[in-house]
Design a protein around this ligand. Structure first.
Ligand SMILES: C[S@@+](CC[C@H](N)C(=O)[O-])C[C@H]1O[C@@H](n2cnc3c(N)ncnc32)[C@H](O)[C@@H]1O
Length: 332
């Protein structure tokens, strides 16, 4: 292939990436407007529009785009979500993950402003996701993430002797549910901020084995933690909301609630030492700069230093899908 051809191909790929927001916005808007919500009948744009109380023109255009993307199928003037997607969207959480992305889209829209002005751009309450309905969507999106990562954690990590566990920042309850369902003798306390705990109680109520999930309301960084001591403490996707010194203090506090020989599982988007990989982690770090007052993503080596300072010994590092890394560290 000629050099000229190669650089044209790279330019096309770059432009496709730059225009990726169009597809992203089609997907997240469609989720918000009910295009992926059950029931999934074969429907004309007119009937769909009437049902959702939307003007028909945009509905027709969106249905055509979704068909072009291979998500809907078109028969004459009628459209239907394809079979595979009907199954995917039959449960609620994937849908909420897409709706959550719609909020993140707005947050990403502040990127230039945030880079130019640094820490001085206040986000609206909606952008921060502090409204109760945004928090509920957020927590259900977290459950969607837990649904694909919990099986990995169950299979990668030894669960021998783990009876009493604490999940700090465990809002949504996705991991707690997956873990108590997997082990009949396991009891988990989910600790989170008061609003998240109230919603999480409702979200897990009635689920199989949920009687073995307990709740603790409070700020893990500033309030007392449940006493324990626990066999295992799990902290997933919490530390990227807080600065390094506060995370280090949290870890030294957490250790006091672990039994000797117990372990801490720390799951997050950790960076390599070049701070350029994994891709998901590097992008997420930028999102934390835009969307949180003091959040950040940390190098794996930095997190290991925090653990060492609390006399926790890393016994394994598991590289999980989509840029996630799980550190297992034991209390001696
Ligand atoms: C990104 S979510 C992760 C949820 C879950 N651990 C997971 O991995 O899917 C962060 C969670 O931490 C909770 N959280 C944030 N700050 C907290 C604090 N200071 N104390 C306790 N929980 C906190 C949030 O309410 C939210 O449920």
């Amino acid at each position: 292939m000629s050099d000229e051809r190669k650089s044209l191909d790279s330019l096309t790929a770059l432009l496709e990436q730059a225009g990726g927001y169009a597809t992203a916005k089609v997907l997240t808007t469609s989720a918000k407007l009910g295009f992926f919500s059950p029931p999934f009948p074969l429907v004309s744009p007119e009937d769909f529009a009437q049902d959702r109380q939307l003007p028909v023109r945009g509905v027709r255009l969106l249905l055509n785009v979704l068909t072009g993307l291979g998500i809907y199928e078109k028969k004459g003037n009628k459209f239907r979500l394809k079979e595979g997607f009907r199954q995917l969207f039959g449960g609620h959480e994937l849908l909420d993950d897409l709706i959550h992305h719609d909020r993140l889209y707005d947050v990403w829209g502040r990127l230039e402003e945030r880079i130019r002005l640094g820490g001085s751009v206040p986000l609206s309450e909606e952008e921060k996701g502090h409204y109760p309905e945004s928090l509920a969507v957020f927590l259900r999106a977290m459950r969607a993430h837990a649904a694909y990562l919990a099986p990995e954690i169950l299979s990668e990590v030894s669960w021998e002797g783990v009876r009493d566990m604490l999940d700090i920042g465990g809002g949504g309850g996705g991991y707690a549910l997956a873990f108590v369902k997997a082990f009949p003798n396991l009891k988990i306390t989910v600790a989170d901020l008061p609003d998240a705990i109230e919603l999480t109680k409702d979200m897990v109520a009635g689920e199989r084995k949920s009687h073995r999930i307990l709740f603790h309301s409070g700020n893990a960084y500033t309030d007392p933690l449940p006493a324990g001591p626990f066999d295992r403490i799990f902290i997933s996707h919490l530390i990227h909301i807080y600065p390094a010194d506060e995370n280090q203090a949290l870890i030294s506090k957490v250790v006091r609630h672990l039994k000797p020989g117990g372990d801490l599982l720390l799951l997050d988007y950790f960076l390599d030492d070049t701070e350029t990989r994994p891709r998901e982690a590097v992008l997420f770090r930028l999102l934390m700069m835009i969307g949180t007052p003091k959040g950040d993503c940390y190098r794996l080596s930095e997190a290991k230093d925090w653990l060492a300072q609390s006399r926790l010994v890393p016994t394994a590092v598991h590289v999980l899908p989509r840029g996630n890394t799980l550190i297992v560290a034991k209390k001696g």
